[in-house]
Write a protein that binds this ligand. Sequence first.
Ligand SMILES: O=C(O)CCC(=O)C(=O)O
Ligand SMILES: [Fe+2]
Length: 276
Amino acid sequence: MEFDLATAVAKDRYPITEPESDAYDEVVRAARASLARHGYAELSGFATHDFIDWLTRDAEALAATAFRSVGQGTAYLAAPDGEVEEEHPLRRVMPFGVRVVAYDAIPFASPLRKLYESPELTAFISAIVDRGELYPYGDPFGALNLSVMGEGDELQWHYDQTDFVVSLAIQPSEAGGFFDVVPKMRNANDEHFDRVRALFDGDESEVVTLPMTPGTLLIFEGRHSIHRVSKIEGNRFRHVGLLAYDTVPGRQGSAALRQTRYGRTEPFLTPPTTRS
Ligand SMILES: O=C(O)CCC(=O)C(=O)O
Ligand SMILES: [Fe+2]
């Protein structure tokens, strides 16, 4: 199939190729307001049905190449802090099991890569996030990930190390695999460890569950909103595209993170060429 942004994105609702239009302004304004208020903006029906079908076939073909990592992690994506008391959030570890296909392993022909590499999408995300010009993240592994989660996989409560993440829901699992969030759990001045501790002890009164509806583009401020992916049930993979942007061009992640998440530290020179 040939990629065409105008048929990949539902342009009646999201006119991303017409940045001068009033409709574009309106969509950007609404998303900004949601981001400011809730810490996330859900753009439902962003990808068209035909494009989701293509993304799904592509993701199913790529799933076998995903690198699986399993372990125990803290919410702060750092080693448990041995200095604090045992029940402190900084010391708590929770299980994770995830599979990801790194950017350098996603074929040039992949519709997910084509969408991510569309300058119009970067401009649209920049306009919504409103922190100056954004660039596709400079890391050859982390810029674009296909997250593939199968039965028993989960991702523990955590904060992201980047300001925001853009995800595109491609296929939900049969059951489980929900994206659970406590919007704005912390801020730059206050960690709110008491609330985090209550959450880890089972108080889910502040948790918002965002549905995994295929085609939804989610712009999410993960640095301040603690979140997790609940355990996957059933035989169908949960596929999500994770699109990363940065305010600085060319910045890269650490070798340690590459090793844990992708199982290697040297990027491929060119992605594999598979048909999709
Ligand atoms: O798979 C998702 O929906 C989100 C994954 C996530 O939170 C992360 O990769 O940091
Ligand atoms: Fe995250």
